[in-house]
Design a protein around this ligand. Structure first.
Ligand code: GLU
Ligand code: ZN
Length: 312
């Protein structure tokens, strides 16, 4: 069993980052598996080296260790080989649509607009000199999939989400391609990640099929959300790691996160490795929690008010 924690290094680590890291790590370690940290740093317009460093540091501080660290920005040849393969199949095309062109059509499972595959006829082979976004024409077929937590992920990805971008207009390799190439290269057998990514899983499985890559098992865990009066959003940078570390010791924060996840009955301080023997997915909450932080109370995670609705 090989698993991975794959954060994007586009901002400061926050409680949601650490919760996800803890769950991925506990799942792997409780099964005697290997687990690697993959720094997803391809988006040169948003990543910073300091966020990569901080992620590594934050995980170590929490007591999590990795069998290997993979850095996506060092893996360009692997992505290029995958693009060459898709080009040989005649599946790459240049998409000239603007954001405005894409809005107003059909809603996708992730809450955005589905891409209507408008540019499918603009087939290209020389993706290296493309000046537009490059998409891959997916088979118009269903992916039937239920994840290990029982979450229904079946889709016709080409219709429900639309053909994915694999290389952006600014030449950055897109997440959907990088993730399947890297998971296969590392021999990942089990993927645990936040529920916000669940709508992309069918697209990734279809890309694995096109590239003849093995399909890992999937599990999508609950999220920590931003406090807000009417609508809920996934937690982003509003509770930065630097503030958490200034307020909490590492065992204290580990206890708070473990309690929030449902793994222990109290928020008493604990070490990540002490949670390994009793770790069971059946104990982990399935509902999202709202995270709040102030210097007095520190980090608290509480159930959402039932009237609120989730916005992705
Ligand atoms: N880098 C993605 C994120 O931080 C997660 C990728 C994955 O787990 O597949 O949202
Ligand atoms: Zn288009």
């Amino acid at each position: 069993m090989i698993s991975r924690f794959a954060p994007s290094t586009t901002g400061e680590a926050h409680p949601g980052t650490l919760l996800s890291a803890l769950l991925v790590w506990l799942d792997a370690r409780s099964r005697g598996g290997r687990v690697l940290l993959r720094l997803e740093d391809l988006d040169i317009t948003r990543v910073k080296a300091q966020w990569s460093r901080q992620l590594v540091e934050a995980c170590a501080w929490l007591g999590l260790d990795w069998d290997e660290i993979v850095i996506q920005s060092q893996r360009a040849p692997a992505y290029e080989a995958a693009l060459d393969g898709l080009a040989r199949m005649g599946r790459l095309y240049a998409c000239t649509c603007s954001r405005a062109d894409r809005s107003g059509g059909r809603r996708a499972p992730d809450g955005g607009w589905a891409y209507e595959n408008t540019c499918r006829e603009r087939v290209i082979t020389d993706w290296r000199s493309a000046v537009d976004a490059v998409r891959v024409r997916l088979p118009d077929e269903p992916v039937v999939l239920i994840d290990d937590g029982g979450v229904e992920l079946s889709q016709v990805p080409a219709r429900d989400m639309g053909d994915p971008i694999v290389r952006r207009k600014d030449a950055v390799i897109a997440y959907q391609l990088a993730v399947v190439v890297d998971d296969a290269a590392a021999g990942i057998t089990d993927i645990v990640r936040g529920r916000d990514i669940a709508p992309s899983t069918a697209t990734q499985v279809m890309l694995q099929q096109l590239l003849a890559l093995p399909m890992p098992r999937y599990r999508h865990h609950f999220l920590l959300l931003e406090p807000s009066k009417d609508k809920l959003a996934k937690l982003h940078g509003s509770i930065p790691f630097s503030a958490l570390r200034a307020r909490h010791g590492s065992e204290e924060l580990c206890g708070i996160l473990a309690h929030a996840a449902g793994l222990v009955d109290t928020t008493a301080p604990c070490r990540a490795r002490d949670l390994i023997p009793e770790f069971r997915w059946s104990r982990v909450h399935t509902s999202d929690l709202v995270a709040t932080f102030d210097d007095d109370l520190g980090l608290t995670c509480a159930p959402t008010a039932s009237s609120a609705t989730i916005q992705s």
